[in-house]
Design a binder for this molecule. Structure first.
Ligand code: GTP
Ligand code: MG
Length: 180
């Protein structure tokens, strides 16, 4: 049972291979909507820990750098990272088909770690960069990829784990109105 006083504090772990879009998602959650900021992002070194408030909740987000050299270290320290976390978000770049295998291998390693940690953590999987304005051909490919990925993820994550899959994009809330 979760303690009452902990309910206003949420720790979230963001993980996935490099360039998946994790840091962009954090900026987006923080309300940074400046396109230049997204474009000038550099790979996260080691990890970033970000605190912010939204809708009356205090969030602590651990954004784990996804470059190869960090991935190994994060796995080694996973017990530490996951401590008191209520959610893990695993980010997969839906447009990066060539690296699906790599991304799923990393996901599998994380799930293996979780199997040995007695913690009840929600898992969200983001099929990210599913932008609202994808070209029809790319969109069609993305649809197919999603189905394939969902099947593969079912094999990786045991049935008794609590997980959900989402399509995401940092551009989703972008709106334009015709004024002339
Ligand atoms: N089209 C598109 N590009 C995105 C989206 N989110 C992020 N990007 C781009 O993806 C690239 C990588 O984004 P980052 O947020 O730095 O990726 P990361 O997962 O933090 O990478 P590491 O820190 O190396 O692990 C950047 O050029 C972003 O602009 C999205 O929703 N759609
Ligand atoms: Mg990053």
């Amino acid at each position: 049972m979760e303690k009452q006083e902990k309910q206003d504090k949420k720790k979230i772990i963001l993980v996935g291979i490099d360039k998946a879009g994790k840091t962009s998602i954090v900026q987006s959650l923080q309300g940074i909507r400046n396109l230049t900021a997204f474009n000038s992002l550099v790979p996260t070194r080691e990890f970033n820990s970000i605190k912010f408030q939204a809708m009356g909740l205090n969030y602590l987000i651990l954004d784990l750098g996804g470059q190869e050299s960090y991935r190994f270290r994060h796995l080694e320290k996973f017990e530490e990272h996951i401590l008191e976390a209520s959610k893990i978000i695993y980010v997969i770049d839906i447009l990066d088909r060539n690296r699906y295998n790599l991304s799923l291998e990393y996901l599998e390693k994380i799930i293996d770690k979780l199997k040995n940690i007695p913690i009840n953590v929600e898992i969200s999987i983001f099929f990210h960069k599913y932008d609202p304005d994808l070209e029809p051909k790319i969109e069609e490919l993305a649809q197919k990829s999603m189905k394939e990925l969902i099947e593969r993820i079912k094999v990786i994550i045991p049935n008794n784990f609590n997980y959900s899959i989402f399509k995401t994009s940092i551009y989703t809330i972008f709106e334009k109105s015709k004024i002339d």
